[in-house]
Design a protein around this ligand. Structure first.
Ligand code: DGL
Length: 264
């Protein structure tokens, strides 16, 4: 048993979509979340820059004495997880392995699409992870660089919908049955994806599988919290707390959601 918190990081508010699923699955666990809003987007930065920024967030979480770290960011998982896992003791869980497992379970016709940042698409991390487990699955990776800035400023539905349409336009005529939300910001606009895709296409949010995997790891390593009380959750941002608080309140449905600012 281990009552220390689980640490989670992202470049911005997207990671809250993972926090939500982890807290639902593990309600007695404490969490510490850091969103690096001062440096968002990570999706168009170099791998070296992403490693350096992610390392800062990891060091912050280590100071908070976390027992496990979740990279609640596909871009950081693709670009920085392998390098940083070598440097730190706590296990790091990324979102891409879990997203790949979920996609394989979901797809019947073995045609999967992954939408993510430019860095995630260029890394072909999903293609590799899915291919390792089932080489018969065809994976199309698409970059959607315009979506994260819209989500971060809480743009209205009418502004987001045409950008989702434009992003998915190259898929016209393809017979895929599964689409992976390969950026942790996208579950916030899942409704827009569903509207453009219509029925017939299953949407996969890797966070469900991340939460299950986190539970499995904590149980395996005897790290589950012994507390009978609901876990305490701390939120930090290197950016402007106002927008993070607004999105946190509405998205997590936590009226008292309060993020603290730290220097990034
Ligand atoms: N939420 C991050 C991800 O899952 C990406 C946002 C960014 O570009 O910084 O990839």
């Amino acid at each position: 048993m281990d009552n220390r918190p689980i640490g989670l990081l992202d470049s911005g508010v997207g990671g809250l979509t993972v926090v939500k699923k982890v807290v639902q699955k593990l309600p007695h666990e404490a969490t510490v979340f850091i969103g690096d809003n001062a440096n968002i987007p990570y999706g168009d930065k170099s791998v070296a820059e992403i490693i350096a920024l992610t390392r800062e967030s990891v060091n912050f979480l280590l100071q908070k004495n976390v027992k496990l770290i979740i990279f609640a960011c596909n871009t950081a998982t693709a670009a920085a997880m392998a390098a940083i896992q070598k440097e730190v003791a706590p296990q790091i869980i990324g979102v891409i392995q879990s997203g790949s497992v979920a996609a394989i379970k979901t797809s019947k016709n073995k045609q999967v699409v992954v939408v993510g940042t430019q860095v995630t698409a260029n890394s072909h991390a999903y293609k590799k992870e899915i291919g390792l487990r089932d080489s018969a699955i065809a994976v199309t990776e698409l970059a959607a660089p315009k979506l994260v800035p819209l989500i971060e400023r809480d743009a209205p539905h009418a502004e987001i919908l045409p950008v989702v349409k434009e992003t998915l336009q190259p898929l016209k005529g393809q017979e895929f049955d599964t689409l992976v939300l390969g950026c942790t910001h996208y579950p916030i606009i899942r409704q827009e994806f569903a509207q453009v895709l219509g029925q017939g296409v299953q949407i996969v949010d890797p966070a469900d599988q991340v939460a299950q995997y986190t539970y499995n790891v904590l149980q395996r390593d005897n790290l589950l919290s012994a507390s009978a009380e609901p876990g305490v959750h701390e939120y930090y941002t290197t950016g402007d707390v106002r927008m993070v608080n607004e999105l946190g309140k509405s998205f997590l449905q936590e009226p008292n959601f309060t993020a603290k600012h730290i220097e990034g």
